[in-house]
Design a protein around this ligand. Structure first.
Ligand code: GLU
Length: 395
């Protein structure tokens, strides 16, 4: 049996693909030349299961979506105190390329370009050779993605040749002593960081690694410690969507980061990593269709972080045989809350059970079922009940 998630993701894309608003981010000349049409979505569950739909194979540059991960690497490598000395954690409400610094000279937060360049410059310490620092960063991004990523040299060269505004920001950072290196070099290597290429599957995997406390569920590697993720997710929630952060918080409610290449990633603590991609962006630099995709996911799957949920606890407590009047049945005992993340796992568990078996799904220890959990469970009952020999009994 296939779980319902892939089909649902297709439906979301169908609902969003008619939207033709926005424009390519042609302030980076190479991005002005890309095909504006691709549309993709990916979801990576907490156990590493990845669902993708649409143009999942299209590679694009990570741009500002690299920022939370490089911030995570800096927090891990340099520690909290040293990192906070270089960059704040206050939402600026300004655009990503804002030219101002706080009164104490620090950039407002690591999600705007000023903060991201300051964070880039910290990796490996101020003396690290430039390219080595970028290699360390690309290597770190790769560990979040679970595969070796590489840099698109054409996008890099095209952005660097026209990065006059970022150079102004880096000059300011050098002037106040936040960076010690040559500002032009830092802009160059930060631009290279932004030109690392990814797919939506990569982004969803990177996001779920943050969502699961720093452990990449696909590779099993603990990339950064859990405390780092708490910091990074908080900063994503308050600052990740720049001057649209309030709108995003109220309508979508998922810690997220966008990039001007048209990607958006979201990390839902303890549940899933989400990613959407379509190149046309709005005036904030967020993918127009990508925002729509996230609005759908949040609403349909009850993913808004401020949604009141009962404690999310263990799903499958025991699996033993029980006697029914007409034979033996498997006994699946559910404990805790049924919501998107836990029912999705239950459906996969059910899919692994041979078709001819009878299954008793025991809900007596379920404390809470949210609307999407209920619907997924009832749909599964209907689908499974109608096929083959298998019987599902809810008790
Ligand atoms: N490399 C881009 C810049 O610095 C990233 C901006 C973004 O993706 O929001 O302008």
């Amino acid at each position: 049996m296939r779980t319902q998630v892939p089909q649902y993701l297709q439906e979301v894309l169908q609902a969003c693909e008619r939207n033709d608003e926005g424009a390519l981010a042609d302030y980076i000349p190479e991005l002005g030349n890309v095909d504006p049409n691709p549309l993709a979505v990916a979801v990576c569950m907490g156990d590493g299961t990845v669902y993708g739909a649409g143009d999942a194979d299209v590679e694009f540059t990570i741009q500002s979506m690299s920022k939370p991960f490089v911030y995570a690497l800096a927090l891990h490598e340099r520690g909290l105190e040293a990192t906070l000395q270089q960059v704040g954690v206050e939402p600026s409400g300004d655009a990503f390329n804002d030219l101002s610094l706080r009164e104490d000279g620090r950039p407002q937060n690591p999600m705007i370009n000023a903060g991201a360049m300051a964070v880039h410059a910290m990796i490996g310490g101020p003396q690290a050779p430039l390219r080595e620092r970028t290699d360390m960063i690309v290597d770190g991004l790769s560990r979040f993605a679970g595969r070796q990523l590489s840099v698109d040299e054409e996008v890099y060269a095209s952005e660097f040749a026209t990065a006059f505004r970022n150079r102004a920001i880096a000059n300011l950072l050098r002037n106040v002593g936040i960076i010690e290196q040559d500002p032009r070099d830092i802009v160059g290597e930060y631009t290279r960081q932004c030109a690392t290429t990814v797919t939506t599957n990569d982004l969803a995997t990177m996001a779920v690694t943050l969502a699961m406390g720093g452990r990449n569920p696909v590779t099993g590697e603990q990339v950064v410690p859990a405390w780092v993720c708490r910091y990074v997710l908080s900063v994503m929630m308050t600052c990740g969507m720049y001057d649209a952060a309030g709108d995003w918080m109220t309508t979508v409610g998922i810690p997220a980061k966008s990039g001007v290449s048209g990607g958006i990633l979201g990390a839902l603590p303890g549940q899933a990593g989400l990613a959407a991609f379509s190149p046309k962006v709005d005036s904030h630099g967020h993918s127009v269709r990508g925002v729509r995709v996230f609005e759908h996911l949040s609403r349909d799957l009850n993913l808004h972080l401020m949604e009141v949920q009962e404690a999310r606890v263990r799903l499958l407590e025991s699996s033993r045989e029980v006697k029914l009047r007409d034979g033996l049945a498997r006994h699946l005992r559910l404990r805790g809350a049924l919501y998107f993340g836990s029912v999705e796992r239950l459906l996969r568990e059910l899919a692994d059970i041979p078709d001819e078996d009878t299954v008793v799904v025991d809900l007596s220890d379920v404390t809470h079922i949210n609307p999407i959990g209920r619907r997924m469970l009832l749909d599964a009952m209907e689908q499974l009940g109608g096929t083959g020999e298998r019987r599902l009994v809810l008790v």
